[in-house]
Every structure is written in C-alpha cells, then in structure tokens.
Design a protein around this ligand. Structure first.
Ligand SMILES: NC(=O)c1ccc[n+]([C@@H]2O[C@H](COP(=O)([O-])OP(=O)(O)OC[C@H]3O[C@@H](n4cnc5c(N)ncnc54)[C@H](OP(=O)(O)O)[C@@H]3O)[C@@H](O)[C@H]2O)c1
Length: 238
C-alpha cells in the first residue's frame, strides 16, 4: 500500500543513517513535510539538502536540547502530526555482559532510548493533541526491538531500555486515547545498518532486512492510524 501524506507533518529522530534516513526518504517520497534530528551537523546538512527535509542538529539524550528541537520542528512544520522516536544508543560496545557493564553506559542507553523519547513526546504532546482535535490524526511511533522481549545475553542495557520504552508506550497510549493521540512501539526487524554492524560485526549482511523495506512497513503503519477522511481528501485534491 502506498498512501499520500501530503499534509502530514512528521518529526523523526536519528534521521541521518539506517532506518531514520530510510524513513526520511520514504515519508518525503509520500509527500509528507519532514523534520529530522541528529547530532552530526555535516550529515544533517547533507540529508536535508538531498531530501528536501528540515534538518535539526540536536541530541535527544541532552535535556537542554529537547525544547529547542520541539520548537524548531513545530515552527518550521507549522505544527506536528507524527513523531518517530528512532534515535538509539546500543549500550556498551563490544556488547558486554551486565556484570561487566559500566553504570554510566547503562545510564546512557536509558537516557537516549527511554528518557529522551519521554521528554520529546512530553514537549510535543500539546501540538500532537491539537492535530488530533483538528481531525488531522496524531501518531507517536517509538522504534522498539526484539531485544525488548527476548533475553539476549550481552544486550542487557539496550534490551532493558527498549523494554521500558515499549511499556511506556503502551501506558501512554491508554492515557492519550481520549485525546486522539495514538502511541505505538514497533520492532523493525534485523536491518543492515551501521548500528547492526557495530553490534554484530560478523553477521551475514545478505540475511538482513534493508532499512528501506522496514521504512515502507512503518510508514504504512503510521498511515493506517491517520484518519481515512484526511487521506481521501488529499487523494481527491491531487
Ligand atoms: N539495525 C537493526 O537491526 C535494528 C533492529 C531492531 C531495532 N533497531 C532500532 O532501529 C532504530 C534505528 O537504528 P539504526 O540501526 O538505523 O541506527 P543507526 O544506523 O546507528 O542510526 C542512528 C541514527 O540516530 C542518530 N542518533 C544517535 N544517537 C542520537 C542522539 N542521542 N540524538 C539524536 N540523534 C542520534 C544518528 O546520527 P548521529 O550519530 O549523528 O547523532 C543516526 O542518524 C533504533 O531505535 C534501533 O534501536 C535497529
């Protein structure tokens, strides 16, 4: 299924590599207005130029960056309908047993993978609820992992953070039902990305999913949660 998203306003964290970059490509390709965040300014500029998206340099693990990211995104997009919390920290690499994991490495995984999405979602909740009230639809997609449900040895910091992210997502979705903001956590599957190469250097890359394939599935999942009337209106207008 390919859906037009020509009036949809999207913010993606971690939009310069792997899945986040594939989502920038997929969603701009469907006509959405896209802003994205990453820490490396040069890569942000290149991706913004190549894909006609709005690049924001920022670190979702830094509390002081969150409100600036939220303000820049809503300012440039004129509001927000969809937030994708995709940026993530693997924890210590090479992946370590929990007993060998430094507290600071565990803390960084939690701050990037749970607290960052919590803070950014909270900062954008008013804009997202406004979109829902206006009948545009409102979706927060948090990128999870099979490590959130399977007890893989050496994936302790990352797995615990992704499990916390998934559960926070379920609770927040219940709390926001009455306001029309839908939150979901999805596992994109094992993908051929720089993060996967660092985590599993000897993986057979031919067996891994392409991030572009995962991006199509996730964009379809987002579109499914946006109001059909909105999508139809866009189709009629085009
Ligand atoms: N790859 C897989 O097989 C796999 C499997 C299951 C789930 N996932 C999940 O899929 C998502 C994407 O993973 P990926 O493999 O595509 O990762 P990736 O290739 O390493 O890309 C990560 C992106 O996030 C940005 N980023 C990292 N930390 C950031 C921070 N603190 N603030 C802002 N931006 C940050 C990076 O740019 P900068 O470094 O410049 O900031 C980059 O754009 C993650 O949530 C991951 O946990 C991946």
């Amino acid at each position: 299924m390919q859906t037009d998203m020509q009036t949809t306003r999207v913010l993606i964290t971690g939009g310069t590599s792997g899945l986040g970059l594939a989502l920038v490509r997929e969603l701009t390709g469907r006509g959405a207005s896209v802003a994205f965040v990453a820490r490396t300014a040069e890569r942000v500029a290149v991706v913004a130029r190549e894909h006609g998206a709005h690049g924001i340099v920022g670190d979702v693990a830094q509390k002081q960056d969150i409100h600036r990211i939220a303000l820049q995104a809503t300012g440039v997009l004129g509001g927000l309908d969809v937030l994708v919390n995709n940026a993530s920290d693997l924890g210590p690499t090479p992946l370590a047993l929990l007993g060998d994991t430094e507290c600071e490495d565990f803390e960084r995984a939690l701050v990037t993978n749970v607290l960052g999405p919590f803070r950014l979602t909270k900062a954008l909740l008013g804009s997202l609820a406004a979109s829902a009230r206006e009948g545009r639809g409102s979706v927060v997609l948090n990128i999870s992992s099979d490590a959130a449900v399977n007890a893989y040895g050496r994936w302790g910091a990352y797995g615990a953070s992704k499990a916390a992210l998934a559960h926070m997502t379920r609770i927040w979705n219940e709390e926001m039902l009455a306001h029309g903001v839908k939150l979901l956590a999805l596992d994109p599957g094992d993908m051929d990305t720089p993060m996967h190469a660092i985590a599993v250097p000897d993986a057979d890359r031919a067996t891994l999913k392409q991030p572009s394939a995962a991006a199509i599935e996730l964009a379809d999942a987002i579109a499914d949660l946006l109001p059909a009337a909105h999508t139809v209106a866009v189709r009629r207008a085009s």
